[in-house]
Design a protein around this ligand. Structure first.
Ligand code: ZN
Length: 362
């Protein structure tokens, strides 16, 4: 066994193992046995996102050790708990988990970032992968602070997008927005759409929220989820489109929810006086964006990057999803058996689906 999964079990499962760039294989691996504080869950549904696609193409990511088990969004049912888990978790509970856990606040050592309230930047962050499998092991730290029970009446599909929603909850919490602001969200993929619905619910019907994308079908979803306007900026006429639609060629808050250098460049070009670019879509480290620092100074233009989530954000995302506050039915556009993971990865790249649900065979 060359990757990290606790063996010791004779039982095997067919799981996705990422071996490197564009090299994912369905392999028979041992079903993990939960150790102290750990929980073993059956994956009832998993979800595949653009991060999975990026990890797959790059063959590397801070989130995952390669070769290793793949996939990070899932919801399921506890089947076994390890020693010392306590009364909170038991077999049969339906759960959803985040894909990481920062330091435990009550257990040394607590890193400097966690102590200064920046748990999303935790220096000892523990990532968990293996959602593209029939069973997943939840490490003890994650079971303590980022695993949540789902009430029996809530379908697992409704909460499987907890992790991506938590990223948006985290970001929205940190972006100050004035009632007079115009907000542009660049990219109407699932994350951009979560931005639309989260901002709309938080700031009410009057906030100007513009969704920009190259796909009309996605812009229609953006409007259904609360965008004031959905504009197709294919052809590079974003300034003109904005002027014709909201009466000005720029906006106060531009959210880059694409995750590319060209999109960051386009987004920065749309920031108006006193405005801010929120760098939300992750770009591979080493990409350089040049800025006019003079204009930035005299017009007080800011760039605010926001990454990942914290346990309170995850808890809030679960609360919103369980409560039916987020219309996820707009976002789940395909369902495939886990064995068709490669097809699902292609669909993410082709942008022919918003979110694809993968269903393991048990
Ligand atoms: Zn920490």
């Amino acid at each position: 066994m060359t990757f990290s999964t606790r063996s010791g079990s004779d039982r095997l499962m067919r799981a996705a193992v990422l071996h490197g760039a564009e090299d994912v294989r369905m392999e028979d691996v041992p079903i993990p046995v939960p150790g102290p504080g750990e929980v073993l869950a059956r994956v009832d549904v998993a979800s595949i996102d653009f991060t999975d696609r990026k990890v797959y193409l790059r063959g590397q990511h801070p989130m995952i050790k390669i070769p290793g088990l793949f996939g990070h969004e899932w919801a399921g049912t506890i089947v076994e708990v390890g020693p010392g888990v306590g009364a909170r978790w038991r077999a049969g509970q339906r759960v959803v988990a985040a894909n990481s856990a920062p330091c435990l606040p009550d257990e040394a050592p607590v890193c400097r970032q966690c102590r200064r309230g920046r748990a999303s930047l935790c220096e000892n962050i523990q990532y968990n992968n293996g959602a593209f499998a029939p069973y997943i092991l939840v490490p003890s730290r994650l079971a303590r602070i980022n695993l949540h029970e789902i009430p029996p009446h809530v379908p697992v599909e409704r909460v499987v997008l907890t992790e991506p929603l938590a990223c948006v909850v985290h970001a929205v919490r940190r972006v100050p927005i004035h009632p007079l602001d115009a907000v542009v969200i660049l990219g109407a993929g699932p994350m951009g759409l979560f931005w639309v619905t989260t901002l709309r619910r938080r700031y009410g019907p009057d906030l100007v929220i513009v969704s920009l994308d190259y796909q009309d079908d996605r812009l229609a979803v953006a409007k259904a989820m609360g965008a004031s306007h959905g504009l197709n900026s294919n052809g590079g006429k974003a300034h003109e489109l904005l002027r014709a639609t909201i009466g000005r060629p720029d906006a106060d808050v531009i959210i880059e929810s694409v995750g590319s250098l060209p999109a960051h460049r386009e987004a920065l070009g749309l920031v108006g006086r006193g405005g801010t670019l929120i760098s939300f879509g992750g770009v591979v480290v080493g990409q350089i964006l040049s800025v006019d620092i003079g204009r930035m100074h005299y017009e007080e233009i800011g760039i605010q990057p926001i990454y990942h989530h914290t346990p309170p954000d995850v808890a809030e995302a679960v609360r919103q999803l369980v409560g039916g506050e987020v219309p996820v039915e707009h976002l789940i556009t395909a369902r495939l058996p886990l064995s068709e993971l490669r097809q699902a990865l292609t669909m993410v790249g082709d942008r022919t689906t918003l979110r694809t649900i993968l269903i393991p065979d048990h």
